[in-house]
Write a protein that binds this ligand. Structure first.
Ligand code: ADP
Ligand code: MG
Length: 245
């Protein structure tokens, strides 16, 4: 355990033009914690994740990752970001590279791993996500669930300290959701620090240590899954849950 939270967000404001998307958002995530973010469309969930990994820059507030400020990082931002894996709704695999090359590309180019070492790592990660036999296949030949598992393996190949997931199962056919959630559940069990935006409330309850409910750019309520789902304190949380549960 680190002495300080691995992620610290304090008083973050983010606008797009006149549209204020994050309003004074503060949240801390401990090492090994699994935090699930829920909330209606447009509430700022993706923007919060994108701020966490430096894809968006807030106008004010502070974000510290592993005790380093993301907002004043300058050149160090690349290094901080290289230790955060991000998995999106759309898998964004490189279509012209086979599965193995999709996974080894960043380790070789960014981490300067020897190609043989990167391949060894990639094969072990493919085993972990249950896709060893797909190493030589191209993304177009994969199902959505398989492609997303490759995307997770690709993120893990950077040996991240934190994994961010933005609706990783929302684009999948229902029968493929389970295989992706199973991989995420295993990662959580291994102690990976994870922030997950999802509409999978069963998963949130089972795997999440803490759930944040966002609405209109604010964290309205947070708590353990039991507390948030079974005894929501805010009317707005109750209204949202009544629609999705
Ligand atoms: P959520 O992920 O909860 O659905 P988002 O963070 O994607 O919400 O969006 C929150 C608000 O920010 C929305 O009103 C959206 O239109 C706006 N927004 C998000 N990204 C951009 C962008 N790059 N430019 C302008 N507006 C954006
Ligand atoms: Mg979103």
């Amino acid at each position: 355990m680190t002495a300080r939270p691995i992620i610290e967000v304090k008083g973050v404001h983010k606008s797009f033009g006149a549209n204020t998307v994050l309003k004074d958002v503060s949240v801390q995530v401990e090492q090994g914690e699994v935090v699930v973010v829920i909330g209606p469309s447009g509430s700022g969930k993706s923007t919060l994740l994108r701020c966490l990994n430096g894809l968006e820059k807030p106008e004010s507030g502070e974000i510290r990752i592993e005790d380093r400020s993301l907002l004043v990082a300058g050149a160090a931002i690349t290094q901080i970001r290289s230790r955060m894996g991000m998995v999106f709704q759309q898998f964004n695999l490189f279509p012209h590279l086979n599965v193995l090359r999709n996974i080894t590309l960043a380790p070789v180019q960014v981490r300067k791993l020897e190609p043989a070492k990167a391949e060894e790592l990639a094969m072990s990660l493919l085993g972990k996500v249950g896709l060893s036999e797909k190493a030589g296949h191209y993304p177009a030949s994969l199902s959505g669930g398989q492609a997303q598992r490759v995307a997770i393996a690709r993120a893990l190949a950077m040996e991240p300290h934190i994994m961010l997931f933005d609706e990783p199962t929302s684009a999948l056919d229902p029968e493929m959701v389970g295989e992706v959630l199973a991989v995420m559940k295993e990662l959580a069990a291994e102690g990976m620090t994870m922030v997950i935006v999802t509409h999978e409330m069963g998963f949130a309850r089972e795997v999440g240590h803490r759930v944040l409910f966002m609405e209109q750019g604010m964290i309205v309520e947070e708590g353990t899954p039991q507390k948030l789902f079974d005894e929501p304190q805010q009317e707005r949380t109750r209204a949202f849950l009544s629609k999705v549960l």
